[in-house]
Design a protein around this ligand. Structure first.
Ligand code: ADP
Ligand code: MG
Length: 225
């Protein structure tokens, strides 16, 4: 669904990565690991078309991103759910409204949105916090709310950037389980993380590939995990 072919990228004329090949196929689960500053977040932003390759091709849902109009990019982005590490919410709106926002923006009726949001909040274990304001949530609750918001439009691809970065181990596992469940529904999942314990924990649950980004190159990580 998203393919990077021989992609290079750098900020402001420098070269951060070259020869990048990546394929997010339906039903695939992949980890992207590598040292801080290697370019994991940048790679995710290339997948979501927030950044354009300086060379090579980003193919998104069968289309070369470079040839897509703004409207086409916007439509394609609705099929991509992104979970950021520093999940930003509108702090004056209750959790349920924050999660509903992408649906309302996409034109869904308030009533239909409320139904979906209630179901989704129950799934991530936040039914009781629907009316709470985001600042009142714990770190783990925020991260699960961010996941709910990322998947509320039922995207085909989920890009999670260090989703467990601020979480304790138990909550990290809970979030991992939610991502695995989404993957079992056929969604392509890419998780950037430097938490090797999380990757090990996933091994029993899902056939995950592990990619490592370092020195501007991407490799499939081997049995050392
Ligand atoms: N908007 C930007 N402008 C210039 N340099 C950036 C920008 N974003 C990230 N970088 C640099 O690109 C490199 C990769 O960053 P990033 O993709 O965030 O890596 P990672 O997520 O693996 O830690 C870092 O050296 C970072 O400082
Ligand atoms: Mg990062």
């Amino acid at each position: 669904m998203i393919e990077l072919e021989d992609v290079a990228f750098g900020y402001g004329g420098s070269v951060l990565m070259t020869g990048i090949a990546l394929a997010l196929a339906p039903g695939s689960f992949q980890f992207l690991t590598g040292p801080s500053g290697a370019g994991k977040t940048t790679l995710l932003r290339l997948c979501s078309m927030h950044l354009r390759p300086t060379a090579g091709t980003a193919r998104v849902f069968g289309r070369d991103a470079a040839t897509m109009t703004r409207d086409e990019v916007a439509a394609a982005r609705r099929r991509i759910g992104v979970v950021h590490q520093d999940c930003r919410f509108l702090d004056h709106l209750p959790v349920a409204d924050n999660v509903a926002l992408p649906l309302l923006v996409a034109g869904r009726s308030r009533q239909a949105a409320d139904r979906d949001v209630a179901e989704l909040l129950a799934w991530v274990g936040l039914a009781g916090q629907a009316g709470a304001l985001p600042p009142a949530l714990s770190g783990g609750e925020r991260q699960r709310a961010a996941l709910a918001r990322a998947v509320v439009t039922s995207p085909d691809v989920i890009l999670a950037d260090e989703p467990t970065g601020n979480l304790d181990w138990e909550m990290s596992l809970r979030l991992l389980q939610l991502l695995v469940q989404l993957n079992r529904l056929g969604k392509a999942v890419l998780v950037a993380t430097h938490d090797l314990n999380l990757i090990r924990a996933a091994k029993g649950q899902v056939a995950a590939r592990v990619l490592r980004l370092s020195g501007g190159r991407i490799q499939q990580a081997g049995a050392e995990l």
